[in-house]
Every structure is written in C-alpha cells, then in structure tokens.
Ligand binder design. Structure first.
Ligand SMILES: Nc1ccn([C@@H]2O[C@H](COP(=O)(O)OP(=O)(O)OP(=O)(O)O)[C@@H](O)[C@H]2O)c(=O)n1
Ligand SMILES: C[C@](O)(CO)[C@H](O)COP(=O)(O)O
Length: 403
C-alpha cells in the first residue's frame, strides 16, 4: 500500500456535548494545550506512510479551523462538509479525487486520542483487505428496549464489537460506495456500514479503549482529566510529588425492590437499597475516599441530598466528579480499594465486572481497583440483612503541595 490519504471529518456541531448556537463546535474546544481537532490530525500528519491529510469542516468555520490547526506541507486546505457525517465524508472523498490514492483512512475529529500504533494496524491490514476497522469488545450487557421503556431482549454480546475510527478502505471502492449511498437516501452511522451495504468485505483489527469519541460533556471532563494528569507527569518524574490516602464509608438500608446497584453494577436482588440517588454504597464510599485524599469535603457537600438534581442519579456521576477534582489538581489515582459488608447478594460473581466498571469511570487500569466483600457473621444491621455498608480507601499521587 504505497499511496494513502487520510480524511478527518470535523463538520459536526457536538449537540450531545452541549453545543449552543454561536459556540464553536466541540472539535475546536481545547483539551490541555491543543484543540480536539489539532490532536486528532497530528498523528496522521506525523505518520510517514500517509501522503496527504484532508480535513472536512462545516461551512462558516474557516476562521476557527485556521486558529486550531497549523499549516503543514501534507495538510490540504479544508473542504466544506454536509448535513450528516456521511455527507462530510463524501465531500472529503470527492475533494481528493484528483489525487486518486490507493487507500484512504477516514477518522473522526472527535477522537483526539488515536495513537500511531492503531493507525499502523489499520494500514497494515489494508494490504490484505478492502476495508478495515478498529473494534473494541462490548463490556456492558446489551438490552434491546421497546418504545414503552421495557426490556424486549438481552442481546448476546459475544459477537458484538464497538467500531472506532480510523476506518481504512481502498479509495476507489469506498468513493463509489459513498456515491451510491448518497443516491439511495439511506442513513449510515459509519463508513464500514456503507462498505458492508455496498458489498465490500470489512476486516477488524484491535481498537484501543482510549481512542474514545468525545460525544458528551462527561467525555470532555474525562479527556481534560487525562490531559491534566499528563501535564504533571514531568513533575512526578522529577520526584516533586506526594502520595495521599483517603478513606470513605457509607451505609444504605434495604427496602422494597428487585435489584441493587453495587460498585456500578446492577445486581438482581430480593430488595433494593434506598437512597436519594441510586444508593450505590460502594461508589459512594469510594467517592468520599477520593475527596478525602484531596481534602475537598465529602459527597454530601458536592451533591447535597436536598438537591432534586441528584434524585435517582447514577452514582458513577459522583465518582467521575471526584476523579475530575483529583485530575484538576494534577493528581493521578494510584489505587482504589472497596470492601462491601453484607450477607447478600454475593459479591464474588460480580467482582470482575465491578472492577472493570470502576476502572472505566476513573479512567485507570482495572488492576488498580480492588473489590472485596465480607459478611458481618450475622451481627449488626448488615448481619440482620437490614442494609449494606461499604468502606473504601483511595491512594492518589499529587504534585507536591506547598503549605
Ligand atoms: N455533518 C457532520 C456530522 C458529524 N461530522 C463529524 O463526524 C464525527 C463523529 O460525529 P459525532 O461525534 O457524532 O459529532 P457531532 O455530529 O458533532 O455530534 P452531535 O451528533 O452530538 O451533534 C465528528 O468528528 C464530527 O465532527 C461531520 O464531519 N459532519
Ligand atoms: C464513526 C463512528 O465514530 C464509529 O463509531 C460513529 O459511528 C459515529 O457515530 P455518530 O452517530 O456520528 O456519533
């Protein structure tokens, strides 16, 4: 594969990330020192196997684009996209028709954490395949939900994968497929779907969990946390850091219901835990442990139970917020350790799912998260099965704090 172009689609607005009229779209937001778009473009420009990079922008955004991405000899002038993502991709494909490359990589501007290895994996696989996409396994159980909000079915997930970008194709084949798709009036959410529809075989390579698409406001919180953490790596490397440990404890009583939320995982049970939020004692204790480590109040001071906004809230939101506060101080979460105290439900069968969920919320590896459980031998409120308690410890590394 000798002649490869990349198309970066940046013609969306970012409505789900909270875009409002007159705001620049989400791809022009800064995370750390660079915009999302600049970060998404950079690894393609620095890959010597990619001859040209074509960015597709929205009409009227030439100025904000120019302020975001520095000129580069292999970067073509931006072209204007269309109403849907697939229209923008098509505009990019048509714009490079004169170059007629052998292959094209199509990437979302909203995926700024794409790494050089992933790009190389897609290019390597294009030698033997007409279409290649990076995929990651689906970790949550997937439900099909009907219009009335009831679960219609649980979908077997063993064969499911979440598709990422860059997606690579033989240029002429995907250009023709996009052109037919445009004429068909059908909607497609990615280029592989258009390829499949047009009869192009699409192979999969390993994606990268950190190559997330920044879609919602929470995705941006996490991205900023990641950047802040990286910015302080230098300080850590030079030994100007300190370690702190925080602890947390929480209790919720049982009431009527058919499931409990524990450590971010829904477990069928003959009682529910009662609380203002989803009453996840494990995540509440860990949230307090993180807040303790940075000496920044407790879960109640950040999310007052009197505030109706937190009624029924998913506790992942509280934990993510605490992790964001650690990151905002340039900190890194080294370890999280939760002990759940209850007679039932049994925690063992759910331990790995809990660790994976907490790791995902905190943006750290699952081997930095411990979930343990104990009964209280029939003693006390937990022993009488009146509720569940959890205690947690969190260790964080912070840049040295001056008095
Ligand atoms: N008309 C469009 C719509 C989307 N995109 C691009 O396609 C990528 C993936 O789309 P998504 O994350 O859904 O972005 P938005 O369409 O901006 O998001 P939203 O649907 O929340 O408005 C983004 O890089 C986005 O800029 C595009 O080039 N042209
Ligand atoms: C192309 C994509 O990023 C692959 O996961 C995704 O399909 C874009 O979807 P969206 O609906 O534009 O967010």
């Amino acid at each position: 594969m000798t002649d490869i172009s990349a198309i970066i689609v940046a013609g969306g607005l970012g409505v789900r990330a909270g875009w409002r009229a007159d705001d620049p779209p989400k791809q022009y937001r800064r995370i750390g020192s660079d915009t999302v778009l600049a970060r998404a473009v950079a690894p393609f420009l620095s890959n010597p196997r990619i001859a040209t990079v074509q960015v597709v922008i929205r009409a009227g955004h030439g100025e904000v684009y120019a302020a975001s991405v520095a000129p580069h000899e292999r970067l073509l002038p931006p072209v204007i996209g269309g109403h849907r993502r697939q229209d923008s991709v098509r505009a990019g494909l048509e714009a490079i028709a004169g170059l007629n490359p052998d292959a094209v990589l199509i990437h979302d501007a909203a995926r700024p954490f794409v790494g050089p290895d992933l790009i190389d994996r897609v290019i390597d696989a294009l030698v033997d395949h007409d279409g290649v996409i990076p995929v990651v396994a689906v970790i949550d159980t997937i439900k099909r939900v009907s219009a009335d909000g009831l679960v219609a079915a649980t979908v077997a997930r063993a064969e499911l994968r979440a598709a990422q970008t860059p997606q690579g194709f033989r240029y002429r084949a995907i250009r023709a497929a996009h052109s037919r798709a445009a004429a068909s009036g059908l909607d497609f959410t990615d280029d592989a779907a258009i390829a499949e529809w047009a009869g192009i075989a699409v192979a999969c390579v390993a994606g990268d969990p950190s190559n997330r698409k920044l879609t919602t406001a929470e995705d941006f919180d996490l991205a900023e946390a990641l950047m802040a953490r990286q910015a302080h790596v230098g300080a850590f490397e030079h030994g100007t850091c300190e370690y702190r440990t925080g602890s947390g404890f929480d209790v919720h009583r049982f009431g009527p219901g058919d499931h409990v939320m524990l450590c971010g995982v829904r477990i069928a049970h003959d009682h529910a835990l009662i609380g203002h939020s989803d009453a996840d004692v494990g995540l509440h204790a860990l949230t307090d442990a993180l807040l303790g480590a940075i000496a920044d109040g407790d879960i109640g001071s950040h999310f007052p139970p009197s505030d109706p906004r937190w009624r029924g809230a998913e506790s992942a939101l509280f934990l993510r917020h605490a992790a964001g506060l650690v990151a905002a101080r340039g900190g890194e979460i080294i370890h999280a350790d939760i002990t759940v105290i209850c007679e039932t439900p049994k925690i063992g069968p759910h331990r790995d799912a809990m660790r994976a969920r907490i790791a995902d919320i905190l943006g750290i590896a699952a081997n930095r998260v411990a979930v343990k459980a104990t009964t209280s031998e029939g003693l006390g409120f937990a022993g009488r099965r009146e509720g569940i308690a959890a205690q947690a410890t969190a260790t964080v590394r912070l840049p040295e704090q001056r008095p």
